[in-house]
Design a protein around this ligand. Sequence first.
Ligand SMILES: Nc1nc2c(ncn2[C@@H]2O[C@H](COP(=O)(O)OP(=O)(O)OP(=O)(O)O)[C@@H](O)[C@H]2O)c(=O)[nH]1
Ligand SMILES: [Mg+2]
Length: 459
Amino acid sequence: MTRKLPIIALATAPGKAGVGVIRISGANLLPMAQALFQKSLKPREASLLTLRSGDGAPIDQLIAIYFSAPASFTGEDVLELQCHGGPQLLELVMKRCLELGKDQGLVIAEPGEFSLRAYLNNKIDLAQAEAIADLIDAQSENAVRGAARSLQGTFSNDINGLIEEITQLRILVESTLDFPEEEIEFLENAQARERLNTAMQKLHLLREGAKQGKILRDGIQLVLAGAPNVGKSSLLNRLAGEEVAIVTPIAGTTRDRVKESITINGVPMHLIDTAGLRETTDLVEAKGIERSWESIRAADLLIFLQDPNAKGGADTLAALELKDQILKALPPKCPVLEVNNKSDLLSKAPSLQGEVQPLFISAKTGDGIEALKHKILESVGWGGSQEGAIVARRRHLDCLDRAAAHLEKSQQFAADGNISLELFAEELRLAQDQLGQITGKLLPDDLLGKIFSQFCIGK
Ligand SMILES: Nc1nc2c(ncn2[C@@H]2O[C@H](COP(=O)(O)OP(=O)(O)OP(=O)(O)O)[C@@H](O)[C@H]2O)c(=O)[nH]1
Ligand SMILES: [Mg+2]
């Protein structure tokens, strides 16, 4: 992944467009630019030029901009060619560039290689490189804003701030390691425990922010499950605001999963309507039900929908058993919302007792849907405020979780009666390593390759 040869790729999407941009990055690109245009280019100046094939015939009239290292996206020399956006034409331009760049070893870029070079040349850190990909892939306005903030370094700055605090604490601890009899005194004098607590609080806030950031980036897989005919497809349609799934009074209408992406208060939700769960001898329905279980096993949030009016309504043994089965199949920590549908058919208002109030809705009339949306956001931990929100990935969350586990351990090693400064310091170091992985310091090489290879070509 870390080759030095100059690279070239189409930076814009393939297909017809007004303009198509080809980007070249490498050390000392001026001779190549000279060969392409028989002209010397001034850095950061747009020049209208004609590119010709070997026999002198014009290929395209284009705008070329040359960025001299290190003042470029990758930190190397970069040549950007803004051509007309025809796929065949761009192909020809690429071919000509590869011909003339052959002596310098010009090769086609691998996915994410431009961003990788920017990262390796310290133009951006790893979280920022990921934010570029997330900005491009963003599927909602909020995700765009969040990715832009991460790209600007909001997330990285917070991480670096926390790393700095832990470093200071480590320096203090490690400087006293040679005087074991002073351990207790040290902890007290240096207010080590208080400082550790502050770091933990900051980490907690970062984790909360990153959790929200992951929701913004990936959305929530919201699975609608329950017995046949309870109104799952009707609820999907109601939430989507259109007739996406077929609804009939026949139990077992939905066979395949029906998916629809919506946003609730700007939060992306991938709704998955499933086949009603029951024993069946029908081969097609049985396959559909197997898919329901697959979706349940991969849910981020599950709505267990019931019909309190149905024969053997919500509190029957069958309903309780079904609920139990679903709870067992769900991923750990996946929240569940128990929702009663068809409230319009209830002859009297439900008596609500106990701490956990079941939700009553009517997919038919829309009654209770706003409250349900509110509950949905609440149960995935959406804080409501998108001000200052960043985008985050599973990778970031995992690092933050592991860092938190190490800080908790270090707290144990600093506890009364169990003081071990060495272990305390070691756990601080491990926590710091995990945080460093987010911005890319201390990241194993194979992981780096894996992250950038998920980018698309030209990024
Ligand atoms: N009165 C009333 N009827 C509803 C409501 N929601 C759904 N129904 C009706 O209940 C029947 C079943 O609805 P569906 O949405 O197909 O139920 P489902 O859970 O998707 O059923 P399967 O796909 O068979 O598992 C249809 O006749 C709907 O019109 C509601 O809130 N009130
Ligand atoms: Mg259905």
